[in-house]
Design a binder for this molecule. Structure first.
Ligand SMILES: Cc1cc2nc3c(=O)[nH]c(=O)nc-3n(C[C@H](O)[C@H](O)[C@H](O)COP(=O)(O)O)c2cc1C
Length: 376
């Protein structure tokens, strides 16, 4: 290994006592490899079998925790016990090279397009018309909220039974947990909405439920991480600022979480509003103050980017970099960084990507982040 990159291969220990062998995580990516009956598909297994050394921590794409919060057809799901057999195969493939397998848990809330298609309804903290949605979501009742929280616990139990090393709570990217924290999306007047403290309640109860499940079912230490978007700004509508997020993160850390994972399009992004005009990752890193490791994602596309990102966070998450080159980390470890591919030109069909993902990436007006070389 080139000495310059050695820091990237140091182990990191989580509060639960589990150690990850290097400072790379594979970012969670929904790749649509599951079967139409929502079970793990051959394409899911194929995608991970070539990427199971893409980081010490391998995080799956979002797995649905509740059938009524189902984002997209063909994503991973964990909403009933019938899914355990497939999840067991998935965990085993991911752990094949000795890295940690983490199942990301998601309820999509208002973005539950698969639920909307099946039932004609999607649920959210508040019934609001959103300019970016073709339908108006239905407001969750307090009983339904409790049910969704329980479902996160049940999905965690399934992850434990399937042999995963941990779960990551998807509190980012505008899905249900973020919708509760956002003052733009959450207009409730009960204990789940209103003040900043009340808007934290859903996230904190989800973590409590998961922690209780881990205590009851896990026979070995089990990682519980939390992914968060550092700010939410929709034009003039501010859901929350990075300063608000720091307050939530303080509460999250008190629950004994293992890591905080920042979801950004660029790892050193500056806040749109609030903050001190310093990168959001820096503001958050100072708040966390070494209590738990911080993971950062966003446009870390080369080994040099990865090294620079370590100025902001403890662990770097690779998304598109390991779509483009599944062996990014292995090549770097072996001193073969010159062989890392940074473009998909003439290689797109050889990357072991599910067909649906390939279609979504190549269709006109694709909403996915660009892949270098795809349209050359
Ligand atoms: C195809 C695709 C699917 C994604 N799915 C998820 C997901 O399921 N959960 C999540 O938290 N982020 C998801 N993301 C966001 C990535 O985890 C990551 O934050 C983003 O791609 C930025 O990192 P990158 O610049 O290294 O690609 C997805 C990104 C891509 C490209």
């Amino acid at each position: 290994m080139n000495k310059k990159f050695e820091k990237l291969f140091e182990p990191v220990e989580f509060p639960s006592g589990i150690e990850t062998r290097n400072r790379f995580a594979m970012a969670p990516m929904t790749v649509y490899g599951s079967n139409d009956d929502d079970s793990i598909g051959k394409e899911d297994l194929d995608y991970f079998s070539v990427r199971n050394d893409a980081g010490g921590l391998i995080i799956t794409g979002a797995a649905t925790t509740s059938k009524d919060g189902h984002n997209m057809a063909n994503q991973i799901t964990a909403y009933d016990d019938k899914k355990i057999a497939g999840l067991t195969k998935l965990a085993s493939v991911i752990k094949g090279k000795g890295n940690l397998a983490i199942l990301q848990l998601q309820n999509a809330g208002r973005e539950a397009r698969a639920t909307q298609k099946r039932k004609g309804v999607a649920y959210a903290p508040s019934k609001i018309e959103f300019p970016f949605l073709k339908y108006v979501p239905k407001e969750l009742t307090p009983k339904q909220i409790k049910g969704f929280i329980k479902d996160f616990g049940e999905a965690t139990r399934r992850a434990i039974e399937a042999g995963f090393d941990g779960v990551e709570i998807h509190g980012a990217n505008h899905y249900l947990i973020q919708q509760f924290f956002s003052s733009y999306s959450n207009r409730r007047k009960d204990k789940w909405g209103g003040s900043l403290e009340n808007r934290m309640n859903f996230a904190l109860e989800v973590i409590d439920e998961i922690n209780t499940t881990v205590e009851n079912y896990a026979e070995e230490p089990f990682v519980v991480g939390y992914r968060i978007s550092p700010e939410e700004v929709h034009g003039d509508n501010i859901g929350y600022t990075v300063d608000d997020v720091c307050k939530l993160i303080n509460e999250i850390i008190k629950t004994g979480i293992d890591y905080i994972h920042l979801s950004m399009s660029k790892y050193d992004a500056i806040p749109s509003v609030g903050g001190n005009n310093e990168p959001m990752a820096t503001t958050i890193y100072k708040t966390v103050d070494g209590r738990v490791p911080v993971i950062g994602a966003g446009s870390i596309l080369t080994p040099e980017d990865a090294l620079r990102a370590l100025d902001y966070v403890d662990i770097v998450a690779l998304g598109r970099a390991v779509i483009i080159d599944p062996d990014f980390v292995v090549k770097l470890r072996d001193g073969r960084e010159d062989e890392i591919e940074t473009s998909v030109k003439d290689r797109f069909d050889d990357l072991h990507l599910p067909n649906k993902l390939k279609r979504l990436w190549t269709k006109e007006g694709s909403l996915l982040p660009p892949l270098k070389g795809l349209n050359d």
